[in-house]
Design a protein around this ligand. Structure first.
Ligand SMILES: [Zn+2]
Ligand SMILES: [Zn+2]
Ligand SMILES: [Zn+2]
Length: 57
């Protein structure tokens, strides 16, 4: 079977339904650390202002 490797950013083994969330870059452009990362990425930067990537731990 042709299963994708675990996600580079979150380590999750995602299925076909979640491919976009883990591979499609989000151009948030408000934070240099997470700009261009897919939606599953958690930005650990303390002052990240990004709505998509800000870490909610
Ligand atoms: Zn991911
Ligand atoms: Zn971001
Ligand atoms: Zn960020």
């Amino acid at each position: 079977m042709d299963r994708p490797p675990p996600c580079l950013y979150c380590g999750e083994r995602y299925g076909p339904d979640d491919v976009a969330r883990h591979t499609e870059p989000v151009h948030c452009e408000r934070c240099i650390t997470c700009a261009g990362k897919p939606a599953c990425y958690d930005c650990r930067l303390m002052y990240c202002v990004c709505d998509v990537h800000r870490y909610r731990g």
